[in-house]
Write a protein that binds this ligand. Structure first.
Ligand code: HEC
Length: 454
């Protein structure tokens, strides 16, 4: 089957990284051949494209990626560098050419992350004045300045107030309190984004903010993909892609990660390891090799790594009971998740959902079956009323030259899930893919107005 057209603003980042690292990097540099035929199977189709995510606040997210896959930021970032074809020796160790020697500029990568992060918001004495200081979300009111006099950019404060209440009622459960809304924090001080615990979330593993090695991380809410009901193709990469590793690399991801990070990863019965774990292992070794090659001090090394271990997500890689020859045992099971993020700056990030399948904020709030079935991507035109891409009332068949058509019927492009529909208000009784009752047109308007101000 052919690759799925990624179009503008999307990339199947994880599969592409996998193809670079476990296929292209394993081609013999002289002959261009693979050392064993089995490695051919390491090349995966690009069929799980995701929107380029906004990166403000992400250094503070316990899980930055849509699928909550890689915990440690240096591993995440160095993995991305490998994906965009940093040179690395994965074929033959020789004197002066150790395995995993690379052209990655790791200290620059660590520095970028530091710049994005800014100072720890919890280092401020003033609990009321907590805020992010690194890269921060764009503000509607700054954009509004540029369109002064255009009524479409004006904010209706009354609607914002109604929207705030609706947000508290329908969105808070997963997106948590807004990052930057003093009026919300005044009205619901217990529910503030900046509180270490919220009353609905006081279990130890479910605190709002967790501390790892003295640093604070926002514990983004994760939802099983089966419950949120959005396209599962991206989460399948975590749970189904496996790669064959040449023996010469000396890798055993499960053991290596458990040894290096005490990850507590359960034994896996697959012949070949899961791709993401193999990637975490390769990147870990690449970082180790960089540290050796650069004679990095222990102190600098600690700083570059940050406090988070190179471990998998316990929620995704869970233990399940299984019977084998009459004996009960715990085996590795996989339960993919997508994470919700705080919605600051969300007005500037259309199209929505991890796969970019919903063109505007308004369309996020209508029942899933009423969302646009196709739209054009790539234009810089912006709709300040529905907030997002400019769409036509009718489904489009072709897009202007230079734009790409987003067709939600294709594999990986589903715009389903995260739907407000039906009349059920008991959240425990909602069917998969539905997260709240249908909103009225007036409620949608108020919510969109509020989201603009975040
Ligand atoms: C039950 C949990 C839950 C509730 C309630 C919820 N969301 Fe979400 N939201 C999520 C998850 C999980 C995602 C990520 C889904 C994905 O990308 O596939 C998400 C994604 C989004 C996105 C897309 C962000 C992006 O990356 O493009 C927007 C916008 C959004 N939600 C708005 C809202 C609004 C507005 C409300 C309230 C009216 C709300 N959500 C209520 C869980 C929730």
């Amino acid at each position: 089957m052919a690759d799925l057209d990624e179009g503008f603003g999307r990339l199947d980042a994880l599969n592409r990284i996998g193809n670079q690292v476990f296929y292209s990097n394993l081609l013999d540099p002289l002959t261009g051949e693979l050392s064993e035929p089995l490695l051919k199977g390491n090349f995966a189709r690009h069929d799980a494209p995701v929107s380029f995510p906004p990166i403000w606040d992400t250094p503070y997210f316990l899980w930055a990626q849509y699928d909550a896959s890689v915990l440690n930021e240096l591993v995440r970032n160095a993995g991305e560098a490998l994906g965009v074809s940093a040179k690395i020796n994965m074929t033959a160790a020789a004197p002066g050419r150790p395995l995993f020697a690379s052209s990655i500029r790791l200290s620059d990568i660590a520095r970028f992350e530091e710049l994005l992060r800014g100072t720890d918001p919890f280092s401020s004495e003033d609990a009321g004045g907590r805020k992010f200081t690194g890269l921060v979300a764009p503000r509607w009111k700054d954009a509004q300045e540029k369109f002064r006099g255009d009524p479409a950019w004006a904010i209706d404060e009354k609607l914002v107030e109604q929207g705030r209440d609706l947000y508290r009622a329908h969105c808070f459960e997963c997106h948590r309190g807004p990052v930057n809304d003093a009026a919300f924090d005044k009205k619901w001080p217990e529910d503030s984004f900046w509180r270490a615990e919220n009353p609905d979330r006081s279990a130890k593993s479910e605190k709002n903010w967790v501390e790892v090695g003295g640093r604070h991380y926002f514990n983004v809410v994760q939802m099983p993909v089966s419950a949120i009901g959005t396209d599962r193709q991206q989460s399948n990469v975590l749970t189904t892609r496996r790669v064959h590793l040449p023996e010469s690399l000396g890798l055993n991801p499960e053991d290596d990660l458990n040894k290096a990070g005490g990850c507590g990863l359960l034994a896996d019965k697959g012949v070949d390891p899961l791709f993401v774990l193999a990637l975490m292992d390769v990147v870990g070794k690449t970082i180790d090799q960089w540290v050796i090659a650069n004679g990095t001090s222990e102190e600098t090394k600690r700083q570059m790594w940050g406090p988070r271990k190179n471990c998998q997500n316990q929620r995704v890689y869970v233990g399940a009971r299984a019977s084998h020859n009459g004996k009960d045992e715990t085996v590795l099971a996989l339960e993919p998740q997508y994470r919700a993020r705080p919605l600051d700056g969300v007005w500037a990030t259309a199209p929505y959902l991890h796969n970019g399948s919903v063109p505007t904020l308004r369309d996020m709030l209508v029942p899933q079956a009423e969302r646009p079935r196709s739209f054009c991507v790539g234009s810089r035109a912006f709709d300040p009323v529905k907030v997002g891409l400019v769409t036509k009332a009718k489904a489009v068949e072709s897009c202007a030259a230079g734009l790409t058509n987003f067709d939600v019927s294709l594999l990986g492009n589903s715009n389903r899930g995260h739907s407000f529909e039906g009349k059920e208000t008991d959240l425990t009784k909602l069917p998969p893919g539905v997260i709240g009752p249908e909103l009225t047109e007036a409620e949608r308007r108020a919510l969109v107005e509020y989201l603009k101000t975040l």
